[in-house]
Design a protein around this ligand. Structure first.
Ligand code: UD1
Length: 313
């Protein structure tokens, strides 16, 4: 029998990219679980006829367990993202990111799922003395969000070790690209940059703008998810999902000015609580074990992303 694929958070920015990649690779049955809190059905417009969309909440075990049972792979992307959001309003992010993840793992175990690929976060590292950040470094979360994502990762490891459920965790490094929602103050910084440049407005950089990130294009992350779903002998492991480069916010804004032929100065505000200073992935393990092979340079990804925002306005 053809087993199905489940993407929790499949109407979200990253989840919907995984859905499209699965369909491109010929996956027969793709089931999306999303409560549409931060996800949008319009992210799935092109593929709506090819998927089974279920509006359900990962905080409700009874609701999701039958949908997950029997799946070949569950890609667990559903979460309440954002470091500042978790600081301002920690209860919902705790419940979704920790209890919801526990429910997904529990349902996967009970339902005989082949593998769970979990969306972990580079925020788990916190500030490290050395760059790039390697999986063997001691985690040092600086915010509720970072801790919640780390707990999910630990739970995935426990379900692998104790219950024999196959799990793989991918620590995403600041994913960006088409469909990232720029409408909230909690939105990813590059989506806010895109909106600002197209509206010819100044973005506000928190601090001096010299903090750096390993911005990773969403299609590279989706491709890595599919690889993590197939790779042999990786259960229980954690991998960095980044490019291995880093760029400061000032550089990112300058690049966007150059691409757009604009000259808008950024504004500067106070540093943000819980913010990590520098972030850069060591991708050695992901390349070796999963065949990670990112295709998009920062400039290429930024150009594609800007085109998408321009066309979707
Ligand atoms: C963190 C995680 C990332 C995770 C994401 C989920 C790290 C290194 N990364 O991203 O893996 O997927 O949470 O939400 O912890 N900024 C501004 N102006 C703005 C908005 C943001 O200057 O208007 C700055 C922030 O202070 C920060 C940087 O831009 O220094 C990136 O912020 P954001 O896009 O929110 O992501 P992280 O918190 O880095």
């Amino acid at each position: 029998m053809n087993r199905h694929y489940v993407v929790t958070g499949g109407a979200g920015f990253i989840g919907s990219a995984i859905v499209r990649s699965l369909l491109r690779e010929g996956a027969g049955k793709v089931l999306v679980i999303d409560n549409l809190l931060t996800g949008r059905e319009s992210n799935l417009d092109e593929v709506r006829a090819s998927i089974d969309f279920q509006r359900a909440d990962i905080c409700n075990y009874q609701e999701i367990a039958p949908l997950i049972a029997g799946a070949a792979v569950v890609f667990h992307e559903a979460a309440i993202p954002s470091v500042p959001r978790s600081i301002d309003d920690p209860v919902p992010s705790h419940e979704v990111n920790i209890d919801g993840t526990f429910n997904v793992l529990r349902a996967a175990r009970a339902g005989g799922v082949g593998r769970v690929v979990y969306a972990a976060s580079s925020s788990a590292y916190g500030d490290t003395e050395v760059l790039p950040k390697v999986e063997s470094m001691k985690p040092s979360p600086k915010s509720p969000y970072a801790l919640q994502k780390l707990v999910g990762e630990y739970y995935a490891g426990i379900f692998a070790g104790v219950y024999g459920l196959e799990t793989v965790s991918l620590r995403y490094f600041n994913v960006y690209g088409p469909r990232q929602d720029p409408s909230s103050p909690y939105s990813g910084v590059l989506s806010l940059f895109m909106k600002a440049v197209l509206e010819r407005k100044s973005p506000t950089l928190f601090g001096d703008g010299e903090q750096s990130r390993d911005f990773t294009y969403v299609e590279d992350v989706a491709a890595l998810n599919l690889k993590a779903a197939r790779a042999p002998h990786v259960s229980g492991n954690v991998y960095n999902a980044g490019n291995g480069d880093r760029i400061t916010l000032n550089q990112a804004w300058q690049l966007l000015q150059r691409i757009e032929g604009a000259g808008i100065p950024a504004l500067y505000g106070p540093p943000r609580a819980g913010d990590v200073r520098d972030s850069q992935a060591d991708t050695t393990a992901a390349v070796r074990d999963l065949g990670h092979n990112p295709q998009f340079s920062f400039e290429a990804g930024m150009r594609l992303t800007l085109d998408w925002y321009r066309n979707s306005r």
